[in-house]
Design a protein. Structure first.
Length: 459
């Protein structure tokens, strides 16, 4: 298999890497040893830690959001649409050419920059010798790099490849999977199956190296590996495995925040990380999401005693529409992994594999922490179809604008009973994304196609 990956992407990553070593106070010690940033080559455990500690690279504004713009998570007014970026406008209207000759796309570039950083670390670690007393630190650094790389690959395959289908995953086009920082190596797209196999392999390898518990919500550990594997297996509809890893995660950490115990601020649920936060990232910022409205049908589905109705949404200053403030991030829309998501994964997976009692228990555990004290009436149905539909509706309501709805649409469209048209209306014109449409894979930026020769997605 030929291997291709963009030289411009790698070059830009090198420039940013050099900038980090030249522009951050916390890296002064490194620069004292290598004052010429252009020649700075990370070579020690401290150097590698500095690379992976860069939250601007690995945590903030870096999760792809093109899928969110295409989903039914949000609807925008004509005025918001007109004031939005051209790429956002094109994605929202399901256009064939979303970039219009632009070579800048953070949804592609940011994750691959993360991959490059991780490969720099992994390549560097393979070349150094560590003493026994440094082995634990070495393993943590390696585990973090593997986790961050898997996280980037997962976000990319959700955006730039078609949804996982076990019948065609061995031939459907995946994404480039660079595993070295060598700029002479070039990577093709491989298959969707190869992509998910690599993601799962990297997470498992990371889990064997990382500490059990969180040191910070921006860093991975064994707990976040289990949570991430639950998300991955749900995306490919392997519900027994999704249940297994959701259960492992919640057996170790199952905290849910009682919404009666705090009051949201104007722009977010909290100015500090909520206790539910397991791994913290946020979506790539598009102005369209800031001015987006929620589907009125979903909004009306919140019970009046459900605190999410007022915690997640507040009236805009103009009094027209609602502003979303239900993010777990302080400045942008949260895309990380939290226990509420894992409860819903275990609830759905339990129900699908026939454990109705477990599914009900997890759903009710979540919801009782979302309702005004003393008002919650537990869900009691024993019909698996009703319970599954209830859980899926709660995913929409609980996980709004986290970047997860796009993946849910992709996987649920594989089931006739859950197929759905996504409809956006702008200036009186209706735009429709049909189930399993080729537009469920975003086009790869044209410059990447020109530089590498990898095949483009069909639109």
């Amino acid at each position: 298999m030929k291997k291709y990956i963009s030289f411009s992407l790698i070059f830009n990553s090198i420039l940013v890497l050099a900038f980090i070593f030249s522009g951050c106070n916390k890296q002064d010690e490194f620069l004292n040893k290598k004052p010429n940033a252009a020649l700075a080559v990370p070579a020690s455990l401290s150097d590698f830690e500095l690379l992976l500690n860069n939250e601007e690279i690995f945590n903030a504004y870096d999760s792809p959001a093109l899928g969110t713009l295409s989903s039914d998570d949000l609807y925008v007014s004509d005025a918001t649409f007109i004031s939005s970026e051209t790429v956002a406008q094109n994605v929202y209207t399901f256009a064939k050419d979303i970039y219009q000759s632009s070579n800048v796309n953070g949804d592609w570039n940011a994750p691959y920059q993360q991959v490059y950083y991780c490969n720099v670390v992994l390549d560097g670690l393979a070349k150094i010798h560590v003493s026994p007393d440094q082995l634990s630190r070495y393993n943590t650094i390696k585990g973090e790099a593997l986790f961050f790389r898997a996280y980037a690959f997962y976000n990319l395959v959700q955006t730039f490849s078609m949804p996982y289908d076990p019948r065609t995953s061995g031939t459907d086009l995946g994404i480039p999977l660079p595993v070295t920082s060598d700029i002479n190596m070039r990577y093709g797209r491989g298959t969707v199956q190869e992509t998910y196999d690599k993601i799962i392999s990297d997470i498992n390898a990371a889990a064997a190296l990382l500490p059990a518990n969180l040191s910070a919500v921006t860093k991975p550990c064994k707990l976040s590996c289990n949570a991430f594997l639950a998300r991955v297996y749900l995306a490919i509809a392997k519900y027994d495995m999704a249940y297994t890893y959701a259960d492992k995660c919640l057996s170790q950490y199952n905290t849910l925040v009682d919404y009666n115990t705090f009051t949201p601020n104007r722009s977010a649920l909290s100015s500090t990380p909520l206790a539910e936060d397991i791994f913290h990232t946020s979506l790539n910022g598009y102005s369209m999401t800031a001015g987006a409205q929620m589907d009125s049908v979903i909004y009306k589905s919140y019970d009046n005693n459900d605190l999410r109705k007022t915690y997640f949404f507040r009236p805009t200053r103009s009094g027209i529409g609602l502003y979303f403030r239900g993010t777990y991030d302080f400045t942008n829309n949260y895309s990380g992994i939290a226990t509420d998501e894992i409860y819903l994964i275990r609830a759905e997976s339990s129900t699908r594999i026939g454990n109705i009692t477990s599914g009900l228990a997890d759903l009710n555990s979540l919801l009782k922490n979302r309702y005004k004290a003393g008002t919650f009436i537990p869900v009691t149905t024993t019909d698996p179809d009703i319970l599954l539909k209830t859980i899926l509706l709660e995913r929409e309501k609980e996980l709004f604008l986290r970047g997860l709805r796009w993946t849910d649409l992709r996987r649920l469209n594989k089931e006739d009973r859950f197929k759905k048209n996504v409809v956006h209306i702008i200036n009186g014109v209706t735009y429709t994304l049909s189930p399993n449409d080729p537009k469920y894979a975003m086009p790869i930026p044209a410059q990447e196609i020109q530089l590498t020769g990898i095949p483009q997605n069909i639109r």
